[in-house]
Design a protein around this ligand. Sequence first.
Ligand code: NDP
Length: 335
Amino acid sequence: MTEQGKIRWGLIGASNIAKQWLAASINKHPACEVVSVYSRDETRASDYARELKLQSFHTSLDSLLADPAVDAVYISTTNEKHREEAIAAAKAGKHILCEKPLTLAVADAEAMVEAARKAGVVLATNHHLRNMATHRAIKGIIKSGELGDITSARVGFTVDLPGDLARWRLNDPSMGAGVVLDLTVHDVDLLRYYFDADPIAVTAMGLTSGQAPHGIKDNVMSIWEFPGRLLVVCQDTFLVPFGGTAVEIHGTKGSVHGVDVLWQKPQGRIAVRTRAGTRDVPVDHVVPYDKTIDDFVDAVRGRGKPSADGVDGLKSLRFALAATQAMDTGSTVRF
Ligand code: NDP
């Protein structure tokens, strides 16, 4: 950290998400600055550093992690690399914000959590939906009791995967391709956040469209059970350009409907329906990643927890893998 206590960040991965969102959110925070990037490809690293006006770039992970001008790292490489990079970062004493899915196997996620604990560094997972103003409002409505006892929920993460995102998401099983590790993992984190509980069972069916090779599932529906007799039906697909995304929470006294609420942009509308009628809920939208960084800084300073920590990332991964198992075996997985 600088003498002024500023947290200097290194980007692990010259990715889209870092360029589109996270670098800006980090630099917007008065106590943070992105100073460096690591990419395997020298041209990509140097172009990226120039475009983002970074002080340096690295073409080896070891060299980024040995850089004393880096205090924290943001890992946004493809999913199969997260484990090795996070464990190396923890051993180098760097705080870590890691993309979802945390990794591709539960034991690997556990190893990441343990490495961070042992090194005494913060490990956060970038589950941004919890930080959206819409979802914070929905959680407040659930907790207020206005909806009565919650009996069911519907989640529709129905999107059309843009071409630049499709590269490995649709093609490479070794990188965790497919809709479950990309979207279901976010959905379950969001519902864990709403209900302050972990799901206890999941079953699922999935299909492969014409555009995804290797049997990679890009159209998946799953049914989950939470404690307290609460069922969730969830649709995750890369094949729906005009469906819009949605979350609905239904209780014995009312329902809350969130429309266009599952994406990265600060957007979406919420309405509550009860016997009294329909009420639109005003929302002051914020960039969710800004709050991810705010909470991360507080955690580094010992003043709080990350909005989603390593254990949250481990739990969402465990659920996504269970949904995959249920889908592949035609069974219900109980936790
Ligand atoms: P990208 O495909 O943009 O980047 C991933 C890696 O691919 C980079 O680290 C880079 O490797 C390499 N790469 C980048 N561009 C190219 C290229 N043109 N040709 C070849 N290789 C390239 O990934 P995303 O930004 O879409 O996703 C990264 C991670 O972030 C994933 O874990 C994903 O799940 C997560 N994510 C999370 C979101 C959220 O809201 N929480 C949203 C989007 C993604 P190198 O660095 O070695 O050059």
